[in-house]
Design a protein around this ligand. Structure first.
Ligand code: NDP
Length: 298
């Protein structure tokens, strides 16, 4: 079984360099995916209230019989739960669904720029949960070089992580630099470019990162797959990764990346694939439609 190296967050808490993502993992497949991953050596699961599978993540954790303290569980508060009391209640919902008294990392899913005062209130609620020991670390997701300084100017606790879209076609270097300058770990979502193919946003499968000629060439040279090469690229550049899969062979493949090291010129060739365009929504624009989606009670 693979033992995964760890990063140390800015409050001293550690987490594995690779975790399992469960966005779009149907609830009926989530328990099995989490159990499979934990048995293979994963020790970090990234879910969210909005993925509607926190309950099944908790079931997978219990089914694996891995001691609770060995697994790092991360979840996200959805924007319709932003506000002081709303976010404190969002923790209670997540805690009950996961079946966990304490959550390792609780983050804001995205900035709600149209109602930024509620985003700040939500983050202050995370600070209270942290002070009360209900969560071991707090953070953010999808914050930009515009929204990050607005948050940092209004709160006391530097986020431990900022989880953002990063893959070879969208490097977000300015956001990565802003994270690093503040001591925030960048977590890469869609680390193997899932959004470049499941969303069809880059022109369908032929423009998928998995079919990229440069990545395929580097992969062939190392006897690895393009997905494994992308994960190495992230890790060698200091990003934490959370590839999603429900397929046991691909769950294993995504953890089998510790016997290869990319050269500087190979890292540079992957860096050069950046298109400057991402697949997610513009996080500097208000997204009122997201506020319509309500997170069910536990
Ligand atoms: P990924 O880059 O992880 O790609 C996932 C896709 O790739 C799935 O279609 C999966 O299918 C497939 N896949 C997985 N492993 C392999 C492999 N080795 N070879 C070929 N195909 C593979 O994209 P995600 O967008 O899912 O991002 C990962 C995680 O990041 C999410 O699950 C979630 O936890 C988080 N996330 C956070 C967001 C945010 O706003 N904070 C937004 C989006 C994601 P299959 O399951 O069939 O293997």
């Amino acid at each position: 079984m693979t033992t995964v190296p760890r990063y140390t967050l800015n409050n001293g808490v550690t987490l594995p360099v690779i975790g399992l993502g469960v966005f779009q993992t149907p609830p009926a497949e989530t328990t099995s995916a989490v159990d499979t991953a934990l048995r293979q050596g994963y020790r970090h699961i990234d879910t969210a209230a909005a993925y509607l599978n926190e309950r099944e993540v908790g079931e997978g954790l219990r089914r694996s019989e891995i001691p609770r303290e060995e697994v790092f569980v991360e979840t996200k508060v959805w924007v319709s739960d932003y506000g002081t009391n709303e976010t404190l209640h969002a923790f209670e919902k997540a805690s009950a669904k996961l079946g966990l008294d304490q959550i390792d990392l609780l983050i804001l899913h995205q900035p709600a720029v149209g109602i930024f005062e509620r985003t700040i209130a939500a983050y202050k609620a995370l600070e209270k949960l942290y002070a009360d020991g209900r969560v071991r670390a707090i953070g953010i997701s999808n914050f930009t070089p515009t929204s990050l300084p607005r948050l940092l100017g209004a709160v006391d606790t530097i986020p431990a992580v900022n989880q953002i879209e990063v893959h070879p076609y969208f490097a977000q270097r300015a956001t990565q630099a802003a994270n690093a300058a503040a001591g925030i770990l960048t977590q890469a979502w869609s680390p193997i470019g899932g959004i470049t193919f499941y969303g069809g946003l880059f022109g369908g499968p032929s423009r998928s990162t998995l079919n990229d000629p440069v990545l395929r060439e580097i992969a062939a040279a190392h006897g690895k797959t393009p997905a494994q090469i992308m994960l190495r690229w992230h890790i060698q550049q200091g990003r934490q990764v959370i590839p999603k899969s429900t397929n046991p062979a691909r769950i294993a493949e995504n953890l089998d990346v510790f016997d290869v090291t990319l050269r500087e010129d190979e890292l540079a060739r992957i860096d050069a694939l950046d298109t400057g365009t991402g697949g997610g929504p513009d996080q500097d624009q208000p997204q009122p439609q997201f506020l319509q989606f309500q997170i069910p009670e536990a």
